[in-house]
Design a protein around this ligand. Structure first.
Ligand code: BES
Ligand code: ZN
Length: 461
């Protein structure tokens, strides 16, 4: 009996699909939250489970220790003359809060309306497991002989910046030598719009701390004579964008590559990405884009500066008449090709210091960052991947760049010299990083097929 809740939709599932889903449910039950120390053992147990699964399939697999969470590395028996495909994924997940908004517990997978609900269902366990089962089936079909050499590289720190993988890759360059990388950790425009992503935005994050009086002050006794750090922070924040929605940091757009004409025409046809659809999906009245660009263009190929959090002063019940002693904001920029994250952080810091009002001081703390990535979607491997998507899903793929980031992909290109084929299955309503994350069961099954078709096609190159 499968160990998860079954609803009527399951009746239409074949025995094979039930078994596949049962295994995915086991993987989803590990609370492998990389950000939280109390889950370190769960992350490690999840890695061990993956190693056992990959070993059971006939691959040479191990969990490699790192300063933080283990890296799972597996490979098939090397066959000369066949291309080597490195399949990258991450088995760590985001924290679950706000927990009260989940309809079923995040680590007790449940199938409702044809979707499996659990933290990590889409990002990234469901997608990476489709590749694992794809490879398992290829091994079974052909007496253990694969159409390509396969390396699985599965990390447990993607959601916290891939710190260990970065060093690991440099140390294990030879073991990781490959011709091309396959990743399913990006978006899919719609269930009938297979999506090939040939770019990712980069990211650069920072904290801004504004300090005023040495302690909270009575706002009647001192108010009017002493700067309020929250007001000062608000002024800094308000200076970040101009009235056209552009980032007003000097030099921010230097080197940003223009969007190609073919990209603009292609992106205008991506389902779900019109301005009206984006507004409806996100529940806002209208989209607010940088002047001269559509919502899709802004997401795929324009840099941003976002506020991710803000705090300071009294947050409790009722009122409290104070001038707080400090205020803070957390920001991150999404970057596009042509921008250097370290340089962007310097420019933003300069801007913050220049716009800091009198009467307070400001501290700028740079955080994690990574480069944007772009590759040619029409390379030999790229075309093979596009064909595999069409074969598996019965529709021509749309070609997009991703608004999200997987910083390690650009580093892999630099260290291993291989490009990444990004065939994502993250639907717009998958609720990744949010309560009620889910992955459609039929997409999971399609993904297993797609993985096999893809590896066969790559083997013919
Ligand atoms: N899988 C996502 C990235 C993603 C999601 C790309 C959907 C495209 C479409 C990944 O797990 C993620 O969340 N990345 C972080 C990276 C950050 C922590 C450096 C992101 O984009 O915020
Ligand atoms: Zn994620």
């Amino acid at each position: 009996m499968p160990g998860f809740t079954v609803d009527f939709i399951m009746i239409s599932c074949s025995h094979t699909d039930m078994n596949r889903l049962d295994q995915l449910a086991t993987l989803l039950r590990f609370p492998s939250i990389s950000a939280q120390k109390e889950h370190a053992q769960d992350v490690s147990d999840c890695a061990d489970w993956l190693v056992a699964k990959l070993t059971g399939m006939g691959l040479e697999a191990k969990a490699c220790k790192t300063p933080r969470h283990p890296i799972v590395l597996a490979h098939s028996e090397k066959q000369e003359g066949k291309p080597t495909v490195l399949i990258y994924g991450h088995y760590d997940v985001q924290p679950v809060d706000p927990i009260e908004e989940w309809k079923s517990a995040p680590f007790e997978p449940e199938v409702r309306d044809g979707r499996i609900y659990a933290r990590g269902a889409t990002d990234n366990k469901g997608q990476l497991f489709a590749h694992i089962l794809g490879v398992e089936e290829l091994l079974k079909q052909n007496a253990g002989v694969l159409p390509v050499n396969v390396i699985f590289l599965l990390e447990g720190e993607e959601e916290i910046g891939s710190g260990s993988l970065s060093a690991f890759m440099k140390e294990h360059k030879d073991e990781l030598k490959c011709d091309v990388i396959v990743v399913s950790d990006t978006g899919m425009a719609a269930p009938d719009a297979p999506t090939f992503s040939y770019g990712l935005r980069g990211v650069a994050s920072a904290d801004i701390i504004v300090k005023g009086p040495s302690a909270d002050l009575h706002s009647g006794v001192f108010g009017g004579a002493i700067s309020n750090p929250i007001t000062s922070l608000a002024e800094i924040i308000a200076s970040f964008h101009d009235e056209e929605g552009k980032v007003a940091v000097r030099g921010f757009y230097d080197g940003v590559a223009p969007i190609a004409t073919w990209e603009r025409s292609m992106w205008a046809t991506v389902p779900g990405m019109s301005n009206d659809e984006l507004a409806a999906l996100t529940g806002v009245e209208c989209v607010t884009t940088e002047a001269g660009f559509t919502g899709a263009e802004c997401i795929f190929a324009r840099p941003t500066l976002e506020l991710n959090g803000i705090g300071g002063g009294y947050q409790g019940e009722g009122s409290k008449t104070i001038i707080p002693s400090s205020a803070f904001a957390k920001i991150s920029c999404r970057l596009v090709p042509g921008q250097n994250p370290e340089h962007i952080l310097e420019l933003v810091e300069e801007h913050v210091k220049r716009h800091c009002p009198k009467g307070v001081t400001v501290e700028f703390k740079p955080g994690h960052y990574g480069n944007a990535y772009i590759c040619d979607p029409n390379s030999t491997y790229g075309l093979a991947a596009q064909q595999a998507l069409e074969d598996a899903f019965g529709h021509k793929p749309v070609l997009v760049r991703e608004g999200g980031s997987i910083p390690i992909i650009e580093e892999m290109k630099r260290v291993l010299g291989a490009d990444a084929l990004m065939l994502g299955m993250c639907l717009p309503d998958a609720r990744i990083h949010s309560p009620n994350e889910n992955f459609p069961v039929d997409l999971f099954v399609k993904g297993i097929e797609m993985s096999q078709i893809l590896l066969r096609r790559l083997g013919q190159q």
